[in-house]
Design a protein around this ligand. Structure first.
Ligand code: GRF
Length: 306
């Protein structure tokens, strides 16, 4: 199958960056895992972890090889999956979607580097190739994919090509971290219960179309009805900010707050919460309650959920 997409990364694909024709043919060595659609079961169970045990046991020394070929050159990179089991749990492959500075992405990446999150960012998707998040990704050897295709970003992918490109990275979870474009339904269907978004208010309040960035915090302050705000992490469905809520943190709204002050206070909590939630999903501690509400099992006390 030939998938058409553009990939840029300083360390992995730097020699491709100035090519006008960015037609690449990505492929992975054969892998014994099930396809992503087989793995992403929608079934919900009572207090039962995600069905990651569907994965065949990881061979400790397995080496994944990613080859990318353009018209006149062939590049190869690989990452060693040895020692990727921690307490019997496989290290998870994460994709992140970013449109701006990417401070949440950086916070989770730092938590990975410090060993607090048993995952790895294998690709970043952005609608702005030169945004701060994309620059940070390239500096850290993380491939960058542009989506969608627009006049400003003509090399962006179509929705189907995005899904095809992501499938080559064997993504377990997608983290949206300040990505301002709509997520295509093709992607949501390909990754059920596996895409998370962070929103800077206590959903369902101050969410939905038009509520983004400072607008959220201005609306919170203007409402006068709220003494508290705070970030929400939720699973992504086909509408804005309506997916199942996974985690929230409370942040006080101070009487004389400006939107910027409130945003900064909320953002500090976002960074902590996204790292904690990323740790939970990577350690398979997200449980689906019978009524469809996702909850997180505490690492310190497995009898406790939040
Ligand atoms: C955050 O406030 C997040 O809640 C919202 O977009 C912002 C992204 O900020 N979805 P950053 O790019 O992670 O700094």
């Amino acid at each position: 199958m030939e998938a058409l997409f553009s990939v840029c990364s300083n360390s992995l694909f730097s020699s491709l960056q100035n090519h006008k024709n960015k037609t690449l043919l990505p492929f992975l060595t054969s892998d014994s895992r099930l396809s992503s659609s087989q793995l992403k079961s929608q079934s919900r169970v009572s207090l039962k972890s995600h069905d990651f045990h569907d994965f065949p046991p990881l061979v400790a020394s397995r080496r994944r090889v990613l080859k990318c070929r353009s018209s006149n050159e062939q590049l190869e990179t690989s990452f060693d999956e040895s020692e990727s089991l921690k307490n019997g749990v496989r290290r998870k492959n994460l994709a992140v979607f970013v449109s701006g500075g990417g401070s949440n992405f950086r916070a989770v990446h730092q938590a990975i580097l410090s060993g607090d999150v048993h995952g790895r960012f294998v690709v970043l998707v952005t609608n702005k190739h030169d945004c701060g998040g994309a620059q940070y990704a390239r500096e850290n050897g993380i491939p960058v994919i542009i989506y969608p295709s627009t006049k400003k970003e003509p090399e962006g992918l179509s929705s189907n090509d995005l899904v095809a490109a992501l499938s080559t990275y064997k993504i377990d979870f997608i983290l949206l971290a300040g990505y301002l474009k709509l997520i295509p339904s093709e992607l949501i269907r390909a990754y059920p219960n596996s895409i998370l978004n962070i929103h800077p208010s206590l959903l369902p309040a101050f969410g939905g179309k038009g509520y983004y960035g400072t607008k959220v915090h201005k609306a919170v302050i203007a409402s006068g009805a709220r003494r508290y705000s705070g970030p929400t992490i939720h699973f992504v469905d086909e509408n804005y900010d309506t997916g199942r809520i996974l985690a929230q943190r409370i942040v006080p709204v101070v009487v004389n707050d400006t939107a910027e002050e409130l945003a900064a206070r909320v953002l500090r909590q976002e960074h902590k919460m996204y790292a904690e939630v990323a740790a939970a999903i990577c350690e398979e501690r997200v449980i689906w309650r019978e009524d469809g509400v996702p909850i997180i099992r505490s690492k310190a006390d497995p009898e406790h959920y939040s």
